[in-house]
Each structure stands twice: as structure tokens, then as C-alpha cells.
Design a protein around this ligand. Sequence first.
Ligand code: ATP
Length: 311
Amino acid sequence: MISDGTRGAPAIEVQDLRQSYGDFEAVRGISFQVQPGELFALLGTNGAGKTTTIEVLEGFSAPTGGAVKVLGHDPFKERARVRARTGLMLQEGGFFGDLTVDETVRFWRDVSPRKPHSAVEILERVELADKAGVRVRQLSGGQKRRLDLALATLAQPEVLFLDEPTTGMDPEARRNTWTLIRDLVAAGTTVLLTTHYLEEAEQLASRLAIMHAGRIELSGTVAEVVAAHGHSIRFQHPAQVAARHLPVLGGVQPQVERGTVEYRLSPDPVDTQQALARLLAWASEHRLVLTRLEVRSASLEDVFLEVAHGA
Ligand SMILES: Nc1ncnc2c1ncn2[C@@H]1O[C@H](COP(=O)(O)OP(=O)(O)OP(=O)(O)O)[C@@H](O)[C@H]1O
């Protein structure tokens, strides 16, 4: 059940959301909640429906099905009320290219309901103070993203929507932006972030969801999502052993690809330990040295690729 906006309610609630463009259903019944002060990351393949979801939450369109609430309100029907308390950074920032960076910040600051920082402070926070006199159209892609972030956070929103905020940024600018986002979360801002950088989600998100073709395939903390995926044992395929003579470990068949043998095991560490013991015993029996032997937990990238390939 979606809450009624009373105290203690989630900052963002999405309940069985569906969104269509004509006959095409881009979002096919997704549900999640984001608690106040939490950073939730929506990950997914291209065209999965992340931007569509964010646009509904920002009140740009009414959902075709289901319900959403932001700070306890319907963002479409009560748009003015919700907009005053939210900040958004869209994939395509809507700048006037002829204005300078400083003029742009002053313009947005003038129309903003809250003005906690001066234009100079705002530009310093995103390291654009030295670009104050430059026309917006002359900024690089990464600099435009930083300006966009400055404008989205200018009025100290309670909820911030960040749609691929660090796309086009160099590694240093990305890390600085992460610090800025972390500071906002530490100060109590609720953030919904979409990103294609898995490391960004690992660094920033307390919980995440992975979308594919309009559905949420997996969600939870990074540790939960990764733990559900299991462990793998890998080593270089010993030349003297035919693939069909490799052992089966705890019922798991080996997969041999590009000279590497891999066993994909359950998340249970006891299974992994037993499989490893059995493998080492087999190697001693056959007087084999297993080179580049590794046992590892799945990474977020492994999980993502499995979702993307529909495994
Ligand atoms: N205005 C529109 N009209 C028709 N189809 C649309 C429209 N906007 C998006 N779509 C389609 O809806 C699907 C979801 O798009 P969306 O932009 O939400 O995905 P996304 O997860 O943000 O993708 P990406 O990671 O590539 O930015 C895509 O198949 C897209 O082509």
C-alpha cells in the first residue's frame, strides 16, 4: 500500500508503476521505496526505463498505471508543491547557451524559493568559479554536467533526482562530484540516481535496483544483490587435461572459455569451500599445478551482465 504522506513515510514510493508511449510499455509494473536521507541507485540496460521512471517521479507525466508519491504527494497532480522541495538534474540540461555561467547561476538563484548560498559559493562547490564569465555553450560536456548539478542543488532540495549525473566527466571531476553527492546525503538529502557507472552505484548507494526491459530484475543493498549471485572458482585450463575430464564440483559442471575453466557455485560459502577442497584433491591426484587459481564473489558487474543477458 502506498502511504498517505504522514510522518515517517518514505521520501519516494513507487507502487506497481507502468508507463507506456503509445502501444509500447516502457515501464512494466515496478515497485520500490526510498527512505529519507537514503541514496537509491537505479541501474539498468539501455532503454530499461530508468529515465521514464524518473520523469514520472518528477511530475512530467502521469503514470499509465500504478501510483507514485514524492514526499507524500502525487508529483503530477501536486506538481508545484512537490517541485518546490525537489531538485532535478536531467540527461539534457536546459540551459540558455548565450548566458554566461555566472548569469545562469544568478538567474536560477533569483527564481529559487531558497537561497542559502551566494552565486560564487555555488560555483566553487562544483569547481566552476574560474568559468564564471564563460558562455554556457562554450563549456565542455563534463563542465555542463557540473553546472547542472549546481543548479539542481542550489535551493537545498529535500529530494534530488540525478539522471546520469557524471556522464562525460573526467575521473577527477567524477570523484569530486561523488564527494559533493555524499555531502548532500550526509546533510539529509534523499537522492534517486541513475547511472551506467557501476562503481558510482557501489560508492554511493545504500540500496539499488537493476532494471531490464521495463522491469526490476534485482534489488537490495550492493552486498545483498552480489551475495545472491554466488561465487566462482577459476583457473587456467591445464593443457594436459581434456575439458571432458575436468571434475564436476558439488554437482557443478565446469565451463571452459578462452583457456579459462570456471565453476559458478551457489552463494553458500560451505559449498564453495567443499568444491575448492575437492578441486585441490583432484589436482594433487593428477599432479597438476593450477595456475591463476582464484576464488571470488561475484562483482556488481557480473550481476549486471547476467541480468542484461537475461540469464
Ligand atoms: N517519448 C518517447 N516516445 C516513445 N518511446 C520512448 C519515449 N521515451 C522513451 N521511450 C522508449 O522507452 C524505453 C525506455 O526509455 P528510457 O529513456 O526510460 O530508458 P533508460 O533506462 O533511461 O535508457 P538509457 O540508459 O539508454 O538512458 C526505450 O525503449 C525508449 O526508446
